[in-house]
Ligand binder design. Sequence first.
Ligand SMILES: *Cc1c(COP(=O)(O)O)cnc(C)c1O
Length: 443
Amino acid sequence: MTQASPSDTSTETTGSAALLERARAVTPGGVNSPVRAFRAVGGTPRFIASAQGPWLTDVDGNRYVDLICSWGPMILGHAHPAVMDAVQQAAARGFSFGTPSENEVALAEEIVRRVDPVEQVRLVSSGTEATMSALRLARGATGRSKVVKFAGCYHGHVDPLLAAAGSGVATFALPDSAGVPASSAHETIVLPYNDVAAVEAAFAEHGDEIACVITEASPGNMGVVPPAEGFTSALRRITREHGALLITDEVMTGFRCSPAGWYGLEGEPDGGAPDLFTFGKVMGGGFPAAAFGGRADLMARLAPDGPVYQAGTLAGNPIATAAGLATLQHCTPEVYDRLDVVAHTIADAASVALAQAGVPHTVQWAGSMFSVFFTGDEVRDYDGAKAQDTAAYGRFFHSMLDQGVHLPPSAFEAWFVSASHDDDAIGHVLQALPAAARAAAAG
Ligand SMILES: *Cc1c(COP(=O)(O)O)cnc(C)c1O
């Protein structure tokens, strides 16, 4: 087992490099989700062989403190004993039945218990499926087709939700991806985040065509950009006035920002709760499980009770639901307290190190979810996030990686911690920060 020391910038990566070459022959870019390819920071993505608690071990035997945590799901840390036990017991009873099973009921009950306005959920297998289905339900319920989303918010790779960018008011977006038909993108109105006037203007022009506004409950996919005071309430008021639905995407924030996600922290918007919620990540405990839900009268529009079709061969998979249920059951108040301590200790130390090295930066929060922007200005929207010095982040990232800390390989991501990050793991991060900050400064 080799452990890179702070001065060692030549971590052995021949095993990862060889696997990347093999992977490239049979998989586009060698990865099954683009961010994993390290294109934003350069270098060789590490192929992880195993993980335990807050630690990742790659195929070359390097160990890293994990600040990705599978992009959120591993809130309890890797291979948590109680989740492991639940998974092993579920697996011993069979892998998938294609019939209803009890775990599905128990997981749905746990979600409904935690998030007050959610009376019913439908389980799916990914966050993408959750937002795609919520969108279809909103369109089916309103009989309208247009969708409002915000630049910088990610809702999975759903055709009409991949449209992004396009500043200014009521920009009819161009597809952000090849393969998204213009007819689909033209149903999407992309607006700047935290801009109530832009939402008012879009509804003034297209109000009776808009099925819904979808927003990240508190955006984390352009870095962490919480809603400005009153923004969520404004969305609630404007959608109500025009007979549109409000979908809050809690795939990232759900069960992480608080026991009831961002909703639990911010509370009910003036004028009432969002109509639909989407969940994923934490609620699957590292397995493919996600959900969308809301009021029972709205959910009743789904098949088999209603006309909006939605289905899934592996939806509510017994192993995934066992992992998700065990994870949520172990997300106790003590776990949320620990997440706070871990996040604040790491973020504060990062901020001190960057300040000492003279690197402009801003730390932003949504509960214990945070990110470090490499810009000195507060970030309120996607344009603000894009003003970052991404090259400085790349140098910072690689210095941390060489010192055994695995940050997200992009400046536009939250840093995820777990309750398993103990003082040893935190100490390891703290020790690495000053050299990484100096590397960031040495542009
Ligand atoms: C991750 C994420 C999704 C997509 O979830 P997948 O499981 O990757 O399909 C959707 N919305 C938000 C807010 C996310 O963070």
